[in-house]
Design a protein around this ligand. Structure first.
Ligand code: SF4
Length: 66
């Protein structure tokens, strides 16, 4: 996404299963490659990603223009 990913808009690189189609490729944006997972961001392993999704939704809400 040359102009960046707007808040609330899914990345164009996500496939139908929510997986990055360019994972591990040099074309993957640096911000994605350099992101370090942490307990603060991901929450407990057993929750199936619900904590992480809520965290990301909060970040998107906080960074949404206007
Ligand atoms: S890792 Fe980056 S490029 Fe891949 S789907 Fe997520 S936001 Fe898009």
């Amino acid at each position: 996404m040359p102009q960046g990913k707007p808040a609330g808009v899914p990345c164009v690189q996500l496939d139908a299963h929510g997986r990055c189609q360019i994972f591990g490729q040099p074309t993957r944006p640096a911000v994605c490659s350099q992101l370090q997972a942490s307990v603060e961001m991901c929450g407990p392993h057993e929750d199936g990603g619900h904590f992480a999704l809520a965290y990301l939704n909060r970040l998107e809400s906080l960074t949404r223009p206007g």
